[in-house]
Design a protein around this ligand. Structure first.
Ligand code: P6P
Length: 321
């Protein structure tokens, strides 16, 4: 009988052959802990004051914050306490957080709780992370740490809080999936070297925006509607991306003009949504672009920059370019 491999066993085995990945392995252990804590809370969201801003207050007489703030604080606290990382960027933090670890070799960007509005209606949410080597040419807390192209990432992944909790990541040699066994309290390796299937049964696009996208994006949408037989829109990028990676599919979030003034604006964030997921997509044999160039080749201009995104089945993403 082959015993399931725990995340800890996987990381220790990897460290034997790649001792230089020590800090990244420690980050994975922290992300696993954060994933367990968030999984436990999302599973009880209906029973506690996590939903919305609670009326209750904590011991410091502070109003309890929403789960996304709670998750953000978890990510900051864990990364600060390992004393291994130089800086953190987060959707919930306007500026880069200098973690005051001058010897830290890496910087980490998080979307602490992607799709957090799903919490109140018991739909899936996720935590996304992206890791770059720290630049020695600028201070650790400088925004430029996070203006590196996605192709420079050393690790990326997500935790998906769905019907089960899954930790999915890559550090450059394929995409691996660990599933949380809640009885054991362990993430167990459930799939290694995941590849996006060639077929493309699903497309993920918010069809409410069809009348509000550019003519060229509408032409591409018409193409993907022909390729895919089913439309799925979970309201959480991580959930749609995960389904499309496992079953085959394409996720499309173009720039949208909600004003009627031909003012097309992208929504998804480059640094902690598009870049990490593009790293995973390419490692799984897929592709990701903004409709003009590969996501991983974009050089971000600002920390919270947004981008149009087409990600998933490689042949279909290529059709958009
Ligand atoms: P819309 C969640 O807010 C998010 O950033 C992604 O996770 C999700 O795919 C998208 O926005 C949903 O956007 O415009 O359909 O609400």
């Amino acid at each position: 009988m082959t015993l399931p491999k725990t995340l800890q066993q996987y990381l220790l085995t990897e460290l034997k052959d790649h001792p230089e990945r020590y800090e990244l392995a420690m980050l994975m252990a922290d992300i696993a802990t954060i994933g367990k804590l968030i999984s436990a809370r999302t599973n009880r969201a209906g029973l506690t004051d996590i939903i919305g801003l609670a009326s209750s207050t904590n011991v410091h007489d502070e109003t309890q914050a929403k789960l996304d703030i709670y998750t953000n604080n978890l990510c900051k606290d864990y990364l600060s306490n390992t004393h291994l990382f130089a800086a953190l960027a987060s959707e919930e933090e306007e500026k880069v957080v200098d973690l005051k670890n001058p010897d830290g070799k890496y910087v980490v960007a998080f979307d602490p709780l992607d799709g957090s509005s799903n919490i109140d209606v018991n739909m899936p949410v996720g935590t996304i992370f992206s890791v770059h080597k720290k630049l020695d040419t600028v201070p650790a807390g400088d925004e430029k740490q996070f203006l590196q192209p996605g192709r420079e990432q050393v690790m990326a992944g997500y935790v998906l809080y769905g019907s089960s909790t899954m930790l999915v990541f890559t550090w450059g040699d394929g995409v691996h999936i660990f599933t949380l066994d809640v009885d054991l309290g362990e993430f167990l390796l459930s799939d290694a070297h995941v590849k996006i299937p060639d077929e493309c049964p699903y497309y993920s696009f918010n069809e409410a925006y069809a009348p509000h996208i550019s003519k060229s994006d509408l032409r591409f949408l018409t193409k993907i509607r022909k390729h895919a037989s089913k439309q799925r829109w979970a309201g959480a990028f991580v959930a749609d991306f995960h389904r499309n990676m496992i079953k085959g599919g394409i996720f499309f979030y173009p720039a949208v003009d909600t004003s009627g003034e031909q003012d097309f604006k992208p929504k998804l964030r480059l640094n902690y949504e598009a870049k990490p997921m593009a790293f995973l997509a390419e490692q799984a044999g897929g592709a990701a672009s903004n409709g003009k160039i590969a996501i991983l080749d974009i050089v971000p201009g600002t920390l919270h920059e947004r981008t149009a995104l087409i990600i998933g089945n490689k042949s279909i993403v290529k059709e958009a370019l």
